[in-house]
Design a protein around this ligand. Structure first.
Ligand SMILES: [Zn+2]
Length: 164
């Protein structure tokens, strides 16, 4: 078992990044000196979130409007739960499609960051789905308000966000 030399948490055998604090483990290993990846900062992660949620809200609003126009649901019968569900599906579909196809959401395109597995490989579909679902954990966004640039949706899915 390896331990992060920055925070002391256990790390996976092949992990290049600490899943707890985001520390670039590979860079500190003697002889390897890997600096190929730089973890994205907390401020970039917050900017990603703002951009993605703005896009999600606009895109979601657009989709909902389209849905209403299409099926003529203007009577107001629908419940709040229904719209919450629609919102969640929109957010999920948005992140999964962008991060699977391009390895990044629109926010990450703006901040020039991308998603990788902790071992530095391309993220798997499963990891992206877990990552996107983990965003619905209440207060996930607040998991960034600390010194570490790692959110729960990163650590749970064993992914990291790095600079391009
Ligand atoms: Zn660490």
């Amino acid at each position: 078992m390896k331990y992060c030399s920055n925070c002391g948490e256990k790390t996976g055998g092949k992990a290049k990044f600490c899943g707890y604090c985001g520390y670039n483990i590979a860079s500190s290993e003697e002889g390897k000196g890997t600096t190929e990846f730089v973890i994205a900062s907390s401020s970039k992660r917050l900017l990603n979130l703002l951009v993605d949620y703005t896009v999600g809200a606009l895109g979601g609003g657009f989709l909902v409007g389209l849905l209403l126009a299409t099926i003529g649901l203007v009577s107001g019968n629908e419940t709040d739960e229904f719209w919450t569900f629609v919102g969640c599906i929109v957010i999920l579909a948005y992140y999964v499609s962008f991060e699977v196809i391009w390895g990044k959401s629109l926010g990450k395109m703006v901040t020039k960051t991308r998603v990788l597995m902790q071992d530095g490989s391309k993220p798997t579909l499963k990891a992206i789905i877990i990552r996107s679902l983990s965003r619905f954990i209440p207060f996930d966004a607040f998991s960034f308000f600390g010194n570490k640039p790692v959110g729960w949706h990163d650590s749970i899915s064993k992914t990291v966000v790095v600079e391009d």
